[in-house]
Design a protein around this ligand. Structure first.
Ligand code: MG
Ligand code: MG
Length: 248
């Protein structure tokens, strides 16, 4: 069931989105060689609670952290722990919050210190894929126009998109309909309507699109252990075009 949002609800989602964006901005300043992924989680939890919001991911049964932190070959759902970031790593940070009954969900992949050219190309492509998906989020389009726009950036750059995990609607629940694959056939899928709010979240891999889950039951890694990046924004389809809500 698709739940379209009123202007008032979109503004509520913008307030939640601002908190996740501020949290990631704060974390970006802390990313450095030697910092553990749990250090980042603690900073995030403190900031989220100070903002009057609650961490959203603990609403997922069995998960107890504010962030998912996924390093290098880890795609998504990395559990914060004692792993230390190293120069040359790429680190994906995903943060969800609930504020006044509405969810925010936002992820970004950052370089740690100096990364090699291949990693930088993947980072740029991931960000561009998200931007192209946002640009396609207009009422004239269908859902898989967004998917195809995201996929096109991966293909143009010789990268692959993860197929087993998708973007999603968001509102009073973290995950609402529809599911939004990061690949697809243009001109297919539901018509986008005013008030549809989506968390677009391309995951691009340097090698194969195939992924697997580690024995911890959460951490998703690339099957070939090559690098992966993840970029996510909450986007509202509105009468004057897409509005990015997970921003400051
Ligand atoms: Mg997320
Ligand atoms: Mg999400």
């Amino acid at each position: 069931m698709i739940i379209l949002k009123s202007r008032e609800e979109v503004e509520k989602l913008r307030a939640s989105g601002r908190i996740v964006a501020e949290t990631l901005k704060k974390l970006a300043e802390k990313i450095a060689d030697g910092v553990t992924t749990l250090d980042l989680d603690r900073i995030a939890e403190e900031y989220v609670r100070k903002s009057g919001a609650l961490p959203a991911f603990p609403t997922v049964p069995g998960y107890n952290h504010t962030l998912c932190v996924s390093v290098n070959e880890e795609v998504v759902h990395g559990i914060p722990g004692n792993r230390k970031l190293k120069n040359g790593d790429v680190v994906s940070i995903d943060c969800g919050v609930i504020f006044e009954g509405f969810f925010g969900d936002h992820a970004w992949t950052f370089p740690v210190g100096q990364v090699n050219d291949d990693a930088m190309r993947l980072l740029r492509a991931g960000e561009e894929a998200l931007n192209r998906g946002i640009a396609a989020s207009i009422v004239e389009n269908r859902l898989h126009d967004v998917s195809a726009a995201i996929e096109s950036v991966a293909l143009e750059n010789g990268f692959s998109v993860v197929r087993d995990y998708v973007g999603h609607g968001i509102g009073r629940a973290l995950h609402e309909d529809p599911q939004i694959p990061n690949f697809g056939t243009p001109g297919t899928g539901m018509k986008l309507r005013r008030g549809l709010v989506m968390a677009l979240e391309p995951m691009l891999n340097a090698g194969t699109h195939e992924v697997e889950v580690l024995s911890d039951g959460w951490t998703v890694v690339t099957k070939d252990r090559k690098l992966s990046v993840h970029f996510e924004h909450v986007v509202a389809v509105m009468e004057n075009g897409p509005e990015v809500l997970s921003t400051i």
